[in-house]
Design a binder for this molecule. Sequence first.
Ligand SMILES: Nc1ncnc2c1ncn2[C@@H]1O[C@H](COP(=O)(O)OP(=O)(O)O)[C@@H](O)[C@H]1O
Ligand SMILES: [Mg+2]
Length: 244
Amino acid sequence: MGRVTVITSGKGGTGKSTFAAGVGAALVRRGNRVLIIDCDAGMRGVDLMLGVSGRLVFDIADIVRGNCTPENAIYPCSTVPELYILPAPQNIRDEVSPNIMRQLVHILKKYYDHILIDCPAGIGTGFESAAAAAGYAVIVANAEPLSLRGCDKVRQRLVRLKISEIRLVINRFNERKFRKCGFFPDLDSVIDKAGARLLGIVPEDNAAAAETQRGQPPEGKMKAVYAFDRIAARLDGADVPLGI
Ligand SMILES: Nc1ncnc2c1ncn2[C@@H]1O[C@H](COP(=O)(O)OP(=O)(O)O)[C@@H](O)[C@H]1O
Ligand SMILES: [Mg+2]
């Protein structure tokens, strides 16, 4: 049975989808078979990040409507074998309900070691559906006051949904900018404000982010890749010390 983790944030644009693609690829490097379910109906993006957008025929809404089997709507990433994507519907109207998500994920988790569920921004119905089937949650935040406020809200919702393990990822961290802005005296204050245990810090890495937008989860000697590998190891239960 695979481990099901929802990737969430509250505030939009913190890097959830980029993180899902990067950590998904890192989990594959550790020998896992990984499925990313995109729950961002109407604004899907993980298909693009995994280089499959040009060959999409079916998405999650087609499974619900009975137009295809789950297998037909799951696509392999073009560059990372054993990394798969189940795309979100193109239209927000076709957003899947929490109940359906639970049933679907229950079937799919037999076939994967990890399922990562990529959440839309906010704490609306899309968030509820994405979180419904998850046992674990990762909140992706930036070290900024607005992002951390969203993070606290989302954490409270996740607790109410009885998600047992909630972890924080600080994404796009740039020490120089962090000091210059002076929003927080140090990273400990950021973690305190978020109210969740730290899973890892992903540095700002424009080259890795650009690779992802080109349809290729980043690999090789890149700052963000190093962070994704360490986070993937922790998600797999390995004891990897924290630190940038
Ligand atoms: N670690 C990073 N370093 C630099 N840019 C990043 C990083 N993570 C994400 N980005 C960029 O931030 C923007 C938002 O990322 P995205 O993954 O789409 O966020 P979300 O899914 O939370 O809306 C994109 O332009 C992406 O390339
Ligand atoms: Mg996204």
